[in-house]
Design a protein around this ligand. Structure first.
Ligand code: HEC
Length: 158
């Protein structure tokens, strides 16, 4: 075999081997986290929550005649409350975000706020299911307090 072909063959084998190894071993190298997308995603979730909360308020105060939407909107607020835990990964404090470092410095405290919020939205759901409007209004105001309670501690002013 001419030397050039030999060299070509060797380099080809080397390349193939390195591909195989990288694939098989799965070196655990993760692509760098897309911080910007996480920040945008959680802001979108939060804005969804804001809209649901406002709509529920409008329905409970009879400003709109869409009582048939109430349960689904409360369910959505509850579902959202369980998504927040996934969207504050460590390292996502870098960038255009109002999330404060305290989230990662005091993860147990942040989790406690999340749990409290989920509990409050579950209570709102129950109150709405029971058909008791006064109870639902009270539950909604409690939900609002668990939103702002977390913001006071973990969201910066600007
Ligand atoms: C456990 C903490 C926590 C709870 C509970 C919570 N939030 Fe937030 N919220 C945050 C943090 C932290 C940010 C800042 C996110 C960022 O800028 O990356 C935020 C941001 C926001 C924003 C601004 C989004 C934007 O476009 O910048 C809105 C609106 C909002 N929250 C509404 C709500 C509402 C409404 C509720 C309750 C139904 C709620 N949040 C519950 C922590 C929380």
């Amino acid at each position: 075999m001419p030397v050039r072909s030999m060299l070509l063959l060797i380099s080809l084998i080397t390349i193939l081997c390195s591909w195989a190894t990288a694939d098989e071993l799965d070196l655990g190298i993760k692509p760098q986290m897309d911080t910007k997308s996480y920040i945008k995603y959680r802001e979108n979730l939060m804005n969804n929550a804001r809209h649901y909360r406002k709509n529920i308020n409008a329905i409970l105060r009879d400003k709109v005649n869409t009582h048939q939407h109430l349960l689904a909107q409360a369910q959505a607020l509850y579902n959202l409350s369980k998504m927040y835990a996934d969207v504050f990964p460590e390292g996502s404090s870098l960038g255009d975000t109002r999330a404060m470092e305290e989230i990662w410095q005091n993860p147990a405290g942040f989790q406690a706020r999340l749990d409290k919020h989920t509990q409050d939205t579950a209570e709102l759901l129950q109150a709405i299911e029971s058909g008791d409007n006064a109870l639902a209004k009270k539950a909604l105001s409690k939900v609002g307090k668990s939103c702002t309670g977390c913001h006071t501690l973990y969201r910066s002013k600007d």
